[in-house]
Ligand binder design. Structure first.
Ligand SMILES: C[S@@+](CC[C@H](N)C(=O)[O-])C[C@H]1O[C@@H](n2cnc3c(N)ncnc32)[C@H](O)[C@@H]1O
Length: 297
């Protein structure tokens, strides 16, 4: 299976309020969410789905109401403009990588297989994990481990990498992991997951593109249109939460003339929605999922 979708029914229930409407799935992947959205649309409804990974294109759906766009969702607004779409009824984002991307060893996403350091969702892109590990300045590496991996020993890790790459280029995931063999066995899974997460975020500029997509989503959503975002780590969830609340990512939110904070969205539920135990038991990816739903003001 290409990908087992998380929070499938719940996310689409919360997304689709107008069967005749125009919807966008910015993370098509295996098309699980897209297929479910199409089930809820009438003959008049339309769905535009995005994926930057060429592999996802083979999952395309043969349906007149459906268009698959092989593009980074940071170009959401302009890409839709090409199809004459300026306003939409709902947008779904199921962030991160698909199981397929993890499972294909040579993509380099998995901590479990030995593969070239790659981690690009879009294989046409220039920047890959090998470039980052072998060419970034020590301080850049330390920052990305600190901010994207939430690793406290980020400076030490960066120093270690810079020391070793002077002796021999670091080419594969095993080369990288072997530098940290001193990490106690029982801590290794979590540690490498954090290291790989940090590199993956940098390779794909995941937080920057998420911000760009959220800002554009707000612009193109109709009033009362819905934005549904499923995220898998706290860095993404924090951005989504702040944006849905205040329409911004940092700084003091703006106030209206009465001194009230201006709200970008109403939240369908104030707390993040999470998968139930049954879903987590059946799909381990669901364990870290958090979904937030905003209704545009
Ligand atoms: C978690 S999977 C989505 C799975 C999908 N909901 C399903 O039901 O199969 C995320 C997908 O979004 C794609 N993706 C992630 N970031 C993207 C971006 N910035 N632009 C376009 N596609 C992106 C990935 O390539 C991946 O295929």
């Amino acid at each position: 299976m290409y990908h087992n979708p998380v929070l499938l029914k719940k996310s689409v229930d919360d997304l689709v309020t107008n069967p005749d409407g125009i919807y966008v799935d910015v993370t098509f992947g295996g098309g699980g969410h897209s297929r479910e959205i199409l089930k809820r649309l009438s003959d008049k409804g339309k769905l535009f789905s995005f994926d930057q990974d060429l592999d996802a294109l083979k999952n395309t759906i043969d349906d007149e109401r459906f268009t698959l766009v092989n593009q980074n969702f940071r170009f959401l607004e302009n890409s839709l403009m090409i199809y004459g779409i300026q306003q939409v009824d709902g947008i779904l984002a199921d962030l991160g990588v698909s199981s397929h991307q993890f499972d294909v060893a040579e993509r380099g996403f998995s901590t479990r297989s030995n593969a070239p350091l790659d981690m690009r969702m879009n294989v046409m892109q220039h920047l890959d994990a090998k470039k980052i590990i072998n060419e970034y300045e020590e301080e850049q590496l330390a920052n990305l481990f600190y901010y994207y991996g939430e690793l406290r020993e980020s400076r030490k890790l960066a120093r270690e990498i810079v020391h070793h790459r002077k002796l021999k280029p670091i080419e594969t995931t095993e080369d990288l992991k072997s530098l940290f063999s001193y990490i106690p066995q029982f801590k290794q899974n979590k540690f490498f997951a954090q290291v790989f997460q940090a590199i993956r975020i940098e390779v794909n500029q995941e937080l920057d593109v998420l911000k760009e997509m959220l800002v554009q989503s707000y612009k193109i959503l109709k009033t009362n249109g819905r934005l549904v975002v499923i995220s898998y780590h706290s860095l993404e969830d924090r951005l989504v939460k702040r944006f849905l609340k205040n329409g911004m990512f940092e700084g003091e939110p703006t106030r209206d003339i009465y001194g009230n904070y201006e709200k970008a969205f109403d939240l369908l539920q104030s707390k993040a929605i999470i998968p139930d135990e049954a879903e987590i038991a059946e799909n381990s990816r669901a364990r870290s999922a958090k979904m937030r739903v905003g209704i545009k003001n």
